[in-house]
Design a protein around this ligand. Structure first.
Ligand SMILES: NC(=O)c1ccc[n+]([C@@H]2O[C@H](COP(=O)([O-])OP(=O)(O)OC[C@H]3O[C@@H](n4cnc5c(N)ncnc54)[C@H](O)[C@@H]3O)[C@@H](O)[C@H]2O)c1
Length: 476
């Protein structure tokens, strides 16, 4: 299936490229604008409407079923034991022993055991068919995500799914269409948008401290060599072996898209991607797994992949992916505006025009220079002043419960808070679609000499309906 889709995409791409190059010279000798490669945007099925700003009935106690209890899933079960207003109804994994281990988390928290599903590739469907579940929470390997989300929504359940929630454009459109058909929530579990620097910076941006934000960067740079052997059935290595492109873009995309109000006043128009040849993973496969050189180098994904995106409002985003170079962990995260700049890695820092901070209480702001980050004391005062409401309310508890320093707990808490209060979720199905689409779109660009590729408008014309990204809160 994957192969067939890829071939279709490439064919489409080739046809469009052919058209572009042939149409480059207009009839009157005028040079026409170069057209990006376009992928098919299926028409919205008759009778369906978008789910922008979707609100659903309040759920007093959110009844949850978990699918996928490998390295990531049990942490979610653990975090949910600390969230008020939930009931853990069912647990599912291919393997009984993993379900049993997760039951241990419930027992330790003094909660009743959940219904258990395991032993077959399709046992998760039984979980989805239960009539006492409101939310299906998915943390399996990437290929299972989209079919599980679609099926769960078809059974009337809200869904939350680990990153990336969908790997191909066909899967993404299926997920979008199903969310619109069922009018149910479909949230990608992108935790990095809740990290402390990112959310503080978003708040500063929304208060105008950076002036007009023009550019944002993000990445997933993480040497996974110590983890390759731990993924069930080696799914992650297999995926990277077969797939060329940015297969894990959402950690970088999430914070960048939110600060740029993507599909809330702006939209991504085109992207261009490039990659280096793969070296470190093939060498790892030779060294650690005894593969011969030829087989090891039959490896699709580049070692370092870069994508540049241009938006309708003239902004840019730069995203990188690298899971094998010996580099310190980095999600890059940079925000660059007309009046200021934020940078997270390797050291958190801000550079702002002094005038922005007049009357702010930030010490020594009159002496700030655009050539340097502001001094630590000024930065700390600024960050305390612009601490996001979500962090003011949740930081202490989040750090106690943990999960990547607390951001995972905040993500789960916000999901349940919004469901319980009938509020739009922080991330909707179009965020999922846009952030995940980089996988296939970057591949198309790379495989066509790094040609520009159009980013589909997954809202199908409604990207300007909501003005500005904002988190929803209960009105006091
Ligand atoms: N957001 C983050 O920071 C973060 C961190 C780690 C992993 N992840 C994501 O979490 C997901 C899971 O990653 P992981 O590291 O836990 O992988 P894993 O291989 O450890 O776990 C996947 C689990 O899914 C189960 N599974 C597979 N097919 C199934 C089926 N048909 N029915 C039921 N269970 C099935 C497997 O048995 C396994 O236990 C991935 O999408 C990954 O990218 C996200």
């Amino acid at each position: 299936m994957q192969k067939r889709l890829t071939t279709t995409a490439i064919l489409l791409a080739t046809v469009f490229l052919f058209n572009c190059t042939n149409g480059a010279q207009g009839t009157k000798g005028q040079k026409e604008k170069y057209q990006p490669i376009r992928t098919e945007v299926p028409a919205r099925p008759a009778g369906q409407k978008d789910v922008l700003g979707l609100v659903t009935d309040k759920i007093d106690i959110v009844r949850v079923g978990f699918i996928g209890l490998g390295m990531r899933g049990p942490g979610a079960v653990q975090r949910f034991t600390h969230i008020p207003g939930i009931k853990i109804v069912a647990l599912c994994d291919l393997y009984e022993k993993k379900v049993e281990k997760a039951q241990g988390i419930l027992e330790k928290a003094g909660l009743p055991r959940a219904a258990a599903y395991s032993g077959s590739e399709e046992a998760w469907k039984e979980l989805c068919r239960r009539d006492d579940i409101d939310l299906v929470y998915i943390a399996t390997d990437w290929k299972h995500h989209a079919p599980m989300m679609v099926y769960a929504m078809e059974q009337g359940k809200h869904v939350a799914c680990e990153v990336p929630s969908a790997m191909t454009l066909e899967d993404i459109w299926n997920v979008v269409n199903t969310a619109e058909k069922t009018q149910l929530h479909c949230m990608q579990l992108e935790n990095c948008v809740y990290d402390f620097f990112e959310l503080t910076t978003l708040n500063m941006a929304q208060q105008g401290l950076f002036g007009e934000v023009l550019h944002a960067e993000g990445s997933y740079i993480h040497d996974l060599s110590e983890y390759w052997g731990s993924y069930e059935g080696d799914w992650r290595m297999k995926y990277n072996k077969e797939f060329r492109g940015d297969v894990y873009a959402t950690h970088g995309m999430g914070p960048a898209a939110q600060v740029l109000d993507i599909h809330r006043g702006d939209r991504m128009n085109t992207l261009v991607s490039m990659d280096t040849k793969p070296v470190n993973i093939p060498e790892y496969l030779i060294r650690e797994r005894g593969l011969d050189r030829d087989s090891a180098y039959l490896f699709a994904d580049g070692q370092h992949t870069m994508t540049m995106i241009h938006t309708e409002k003239g902004k840019t985003i730069h995203i990188q992916h690298d899971v094998s170079s010996p580099r310190p962990y980095s999600r890059m995260y940079q925000v660059s505006g007309t009046k200021g700049f934020a940078n997270k890695y390797p050291e958190q820092g801000y550079a702002l025009q002094s005038s922005v901070l007049a009357g702010s209480g930030v010490p020594n702001h009159e002496n700030l220079s655009a050539h340097n980050y502001m001094p630590k004391e000024a930065r700390d005062t600024l960050m305390a002043k612009y601490k996001h409401r979500i962090h003011r309310e949740l930081e202490e508890k989040a750090k106690e419960v943990g999960g990547h320093g607390g951001m995972d707990f905040i993500m789960d808490y916000r999901l349940i808070y919004c469901l319980r209060n009938g509020l739009p979720l922080d991330m909707d199905v179009y965020d999922l679609a846009e952030w995940c689409s980089l996988a296939e779109l970057s591949r198309i660009s790379i495989e066509n000499n790094n040609a520009p590729v159009e980013v589909p408008d997954f809202t199908r014309g409604n990207w300007n309906k909501i003005q500005g990204f904002r988190h929803a809160f209960v009105k006091e």
